[in-house]
Design a protein around this ligand. Structure first.
Ligand code: SF4
Ligand code: SF4
Length: 220
């Protein structure tokens, strides 16, 4: 899932300066699962904003709504009639959701309340770890399911580097060496021979913005 963290409260509040009627739009998918931008978090931040505005004697109203996904037109449509009643939108979606929301309502200023951080996994309640940097050229099949881009400090597709030391990365002895882990995993699977196979370096150029059209959905 996409993992994010809430922006500092003052940054959010300051971004809304000058607006009187604000709609805070939550997103019910990734950011809800990682406890940063779903219905509950919308309620919490709206209560905090409401209190801060009252303490400052500022006449600003903040309403909230959470849709299933902000990165999907089907759900953004549900806001079409609603947003015209507001002069600014706050959004708790990831960066993709923020942009899609802003694109759908270009006449209304949109402000993010969340810093999109990484694609990761849930290690425990409220504990998330990065696992993928969406490099567009996944090598997990050759690395025993361990991502060298994310887990190796140098993002090496071919490793280890000369800094690996008894299972630790040269940047920090408490940081496991990704390529040591890859070695161990492949050894366990009896597939160590593939560690020597050269993986071409990723071409990081010409990647932005990237597009994926799933087979069967291309327009002729
Ligand atoms: S190699 Fe790593 S960064 Fe690239 S797609 Fe696979 S998991 Fe993601
Ligand atoms: S020691 Fe291992 S994890 Fe650290 S940079 Fe080198 S190959 Fe990557």
């Amino acid at each position: 899932m996409i993992v994010g963290k809430r922006k500092p409260f003052d940054e959010i509040k300051d971004s809304l300066k000058g607006y009187k009627k604000i709609l805070n739009v939550g997103c019910g998918t990734c950011v809800a699962v990682c406890l940063v931008g779903g219905e509950k978090e919308v309620e919490v931040i709206n209560a905090e904003l409401d209190m801060a505005f009252r303490l400052n004697n500022e006449d600003i109203a903040v309403d909230g709504i959470t849709i299933e996904r902000q990165c999907d037109r089907e759900y953004l449509e549900l806001l079409d009639d609603k947003v015209k009643n507001y002069d600014a939108l706050l959004t708790m979606a990831c960066g993709a959701g923020v942009q899609f929301l802003a694109e759908r309502f270009p006449e209304i200023p949109v402000f993010p309340a969340v810093d999109t951080t990484f694609i990761g996994v849930n290690q425990g309640v409220g504990w998330y770890e990065e696992r993928c940097r969406s490099c567009s050229s996944c090598v997990l099949g050759m690395t025993g399911g361990i991502c060298p881009v994310t887990m190796c400090a140098k993002g090496l597709y071919n490793g280890p580097c000369g800094g690996t030391n008894k299972g630790s990365c040269e940047i920090d002895k408490d940081q496991p060496c990704a390529w040591h882990m890859i070695y161990e995993r492949l050894a366990k699977q009896g597939r160590l021979d593939i560690i020597k196979e050269f993986k071409p370096a990723q071409n990081w150029e010409n990647q932005i913005p990237r597009t994926v059209i799933q087979p069967g959905y291309t327009k002729s």
